[in-house]
Design a protein around this ligand. Structure first.
Ligand code: AGP
Length: 601
């Protein structure tokens, strides 16, 4: 996902803020970077393929009162210098995150009007269109309104016009962009980490809003050009939550933060008072059907939520990959609840799914990590996970917080189906959970031993049943996205319907078994792959632990209440993935081709 930073201020710190801000956004994944700034009353642009450090060598310690910067995750055109941002055309210079869907027809029209294009990007077309309109209107506010009525798609744009070096302009639709308020200086950014070092006060823009920002004033307008009042919010996180705190990788830090994150997320909604168990959370029991829509790991968390809500709340739940949900025939009505699960709150497919759900009169709930993000503002209700800023592209702590919150929803709806004895036992288990997590997270020797058997492999299989299958899917995704080893997760009973043909001598199979009621069945499946030569790692809990010869490695985790068992089970798989990626020298925090949030379809 692209990153945007912009600055305007009396301290003339544009270059410092742009470079440091873009570096804080590197976690989003990118393949080129660039900045534009005012130098001797002219906009200078420096942009390079590759990392931000490639820009620094061209910068002395210039001072500049206004500038915009960009890290590009290529969507249209190769990740080369000419396609990187900022783009300049006529009197306009812009940076852009998103996709202009009708850029081809606009480009053809502008070519007919004499415009010549250098790059393959939709952004250069947007820049030329802004210039074309401005040449007709000679008014930037009107230009932006006409622009928004002309283009289709998603855009977060930072803009500088040659006729107005006092003001930085920001335009937002379906792509993240915030405005931040400093002292005698103001900023724009894709996400808070970019400017948290300079200020924690920010303004969120709604779709269609645009802003005119100078060193002492921020004016926000709606898409009709009417000036609107905006609340200045305070970001909850702090700069330390953005740094590595001594860990080698953000992913390692975030894995280790999970005990604290789970405690914070549970405490946000649980009172520990058996007679009034919940706070800050509606009950949701009036719905006849729940649809969980999400992508990637968030969808895997949704699968766990499905199993637990159906078991404890007796409400049928469908889990839908958001990019599929938005194009299928839907059977939604006012008795349906659509739960959108998203760490970033900016995933385009999940956001679109929410919009479609609302068009079908379903109520919508967001389980979101980033406060004030687009999905958080689009859903009727939002329950925030308390994971703090998650920097590593591969999610860990936010995934766990999503799982914890979905468990709480299952408990909240189904609390009357649980006797007081079990409820008391569950609350006791919740109290022990952070310590149990800490112990599991500090067993590196075992995880490193297992990683040694895996890091040279070409294919790795994960199997499990019911919730353990959902966890196997997440373990498989973690492994492949940071180590680049091909891996697949299968329902344990499914392997023999075809894929077992791939099992050879030494093929690694990681089997997850934590549900005693179905453990025997899964152990039979494990023996099937073991008898064909598989190298088996058994991840089980004390309840299902067996001594036998059908595995080579065994990880035994504590048995806890079913509603929170997944929060323990996933931890060894996260740690093993991390150790495998380290052994392979992979770029753990920013895996190739990946972005922290996929704000394009
Ligand atoms: C998980 O490690 C991946 N980074 C990815 O699958 C992610 O979970 C997915 O893109 C959804 O992102 P979101 O939670 O921000 O919507």
């Amino acid at each position: 996902m692209c990153g945007i930073v912009g600055y305007v201020g009396k301290k003339n710190d544009a270059l410092k803020v742009l470079i440091e801000g873009l570096e804080k956004l590197e976690y989003r994944g990118y393949d080129s970077a660039g900045i534009a700034f005012l130098d001797n009353n002219k906009i200078q642009i420096i942009k390079k393929q590759g990392k931000i450090k490639n820009l620094k060598q061209f910068l002395q310690n210039e001072k500049a009162k206004i500038g915009i910067g960009h890290t590009r995750w290529a969507t249209h055109g190769f990740p080369n210098e000419i396609n990187s941002h900022p783009h300049h055309c006529g009197k306009m210079t812009i940076v852009h995150n998103g996709i202009i869907e009708n850029y081809n027809e606009i480009k053809k029209d502008l070519i007919d009007k004499g415009y010549v294009f250098q790059s393959e990007t939709d952004t250069e077309v947007a820049c030329a269109l802004l210039d074309y309109i401005y040449n007709k209107t000679n008014d930037i506010n009107i230009t932006i309104q006409i622009f928004q009525n002309t283009v289709r798609g998603a855009y977060a744009i930072g803009l500088i016009c040659d006729d107005d070096f006092e003001n930085l302009y920001a335009i937002k639709k379906n792509s993240p962009l915030i405005i931040a308020k400093g002292e005698d200086e103001n900023y724009i950014a894709s996400d808070m980490p970019a400017i948290l070092k300079f200020t924690n006060r920010f303004i969120t823009l709604n779709n269609g809003d645009f802003a005119k920002i100078n060193s002492h004033e921020i004016k926000v307008f709606n898409k009709n050009g009417t000036e609107i009042e905006k609340e200045v919010k305070k970001f909850e996180g702090d700069a330390s939550s953005i740094d590595k705190n001594g860990y080698e990788h953000y992913m390692q830090k975030e894995i280790m933060e999970q005990p604290e994150v789970i405690k914070r997320t549970l405490n946000e909604y649980l009172t520990n008072n058996m007679d009034q168990l919940f706070k800050n959370m509606p009950n949701f029991s009036e719905y006849e059907k729940i649809h969980i829509v999400a992508c990637g790991s968030a969808m895997h968390a949704g699968l766990i939520g499905k199993s637990l809500i159906e078991e404890y709340a007796n409400i049928p739940v469908d889990v839908e990959i958001a990019s599929e949900f938005r194009y299928k025939k839907l059977f939604l009505n006012e008795k349906s609840l659509v739960i959108a699960v998203s760490q970033s709150g900016e995933t385009a497919d999940t956001l679109a799914a929410v919009e479609i759900a609302k068009q079908h009169n379903a109520d919508t709930l967001g389980i979101i990590n980033v406060v004030g993000s687009s999905i958080a503002r689009e859903t009727d209700l939002v329950l925030y996970t308390k994971a703090g800023s998650e920097i590593a592209v591969a999610t860990t702590k936010a995934y766990s917080a999503q799982t914890a919150l979905l468990s709480l929803i299952a408990l909240n709806i189904g609390q009357n189906n649980i006797d007081r004895g079990e409820l008391k036992e569950l609350l006791e288990c919740i109290k022990k959970l952070p310590t149990q997590m800490e112990i599991l997270l500090n067993n590196d020797k075992l995880y490193q031993e297992i990683a040694q058997t895996l890091y040279t492999q070409k294919d790795i299989f994960f199997i499990g049943r019911d919730i353990d299958y959902a966890i196997a899917m997440e373990g498989s995704l973690k492994l492949k996205e940071i180590s680049y080893i091909h891996s697949e997760a299968y329902p344990a009973g499914e392997l023999k319907h075809g894929t077992i043909s791939l099992i050879e001598e030494g093929t690694p199979v990681i089997a997850v078994v934590t549900n005693k009621e179905i453990a025997e069945k899964t152990i039979s499946n494990i023996k099937e792959v073991r008898s064909r030569g598989a190298d088996v790692t058994l991840l089980t809990n004390t309840n299902c632990d067996v001594e036998s010869d059908f595995y080579h490695h065994k990880i035994v985790i504590p048995t806890t209440h079913k509603l929170i068992q997944p929060l323990l089970t996933i931890l060894p798989l996260q740690k093993i993935s991390y150790e495998v990626a380290k052994l392979r020298g992979a770029n753990i925090d920013q895996p190739k081709n990946l972005a922290k949030s996929v704000t394009v379809e």
